[in-house]
Ligand binder design. Structure first.
Ligand SMILES: [Zn+2]
Length: 209
């Protein structure tokens, strides 16, 4: 097995799928979001450089992200989630590790809006809910602490739609790139999670356990 990349828009359930696939395939799961938070928390040189951009609300530059990923991969095959995000990052990644398969979770803009606008957060303890997939026992109240549930301002339809459009625009050249290399596998991201997982295992040539 070679390095596997997971692509998909926000709300596609990529992180959860990555966790399950890592267990099934024995590939180490690397999430760039987690790596970034860890480097910043440990106050490493890369973390400090990245934080300057994050504090300004900018994206962390490709070169920095690549350096972090290079440090974590160390010659192993891994399962990457949230990376590469751009064509430049994909080209950098190819120099670090050969990519054997790219799983692309396809989801329409409407479906992403539907899913993400159903998210709610507890005002008191920060617990996350989703009215579609993980609703609270009592409407509007947190199961854990009884706090009030609210919708984050960036989870309203117009903002979600904008996030989706940005994702689309960035990832289209990436999808094309991997398609031309013959490693892209499209998955129906709108299917129930169990079905998406089965599709992913099949695409990687793994029988379902
Ligand atoms: Zn709560």
């Amino acid at each position: 097995m070679r390095t596997v990349v997971l692509l998909g828009p926000p709300g596609s359930g990529k992180g959860t799928l990555a966790g399950r696939l890592a267990t099934a395939t024995k590939l180490r799961h690397l999430s760039t979001g987690d790596i970034l938070r860890d480097e910043v928390a440990r106050d490493t040189e890369l973390g400090r450089k990245a934080k300057v951009h994050m504090d300004r609300g900018e994206l962390v530059p490709d070169g920095l992200i690549l350096d972090m990923v290079r440090g974590r991969i160390g010659g192993e095959d891994v399962l990457l989630d949230g990376f590469p995000r751009t064509l430049a990052q994909a080209e950098g990644l190819a120099e670090i590790t050969p990519v054997g398969a790219v799983l692309y979770l396809e989801l329409t803009r409407d479906e992403v809006v539907r899913r993400l606008s159903a998210r709610r957060v507890c005002r008191d303890c920060g617990e996350n809910y989703n009215l579609l997939t993980q609703p609270p026992a009592t409407a509007g109240r947190c199961d854990r602490c009884g706090g009030e549930l609210y919708q984050r301002p960036d989870d309203v339809p117009e903002v979600i739609a904008r996030r989706y459009d940005v994702y689309e625009k960035d990832s289209a050249p990436l999808v094309e790139h991997y398609e031309s290399k013959g490693v892209l596998k499209r998955l129906d991201g709108a299917a129930p999670p169990e079905h998406v997982y089965a599709q992913a295992l099949k695409a990687l040539g793994h029988a379902q356990a």
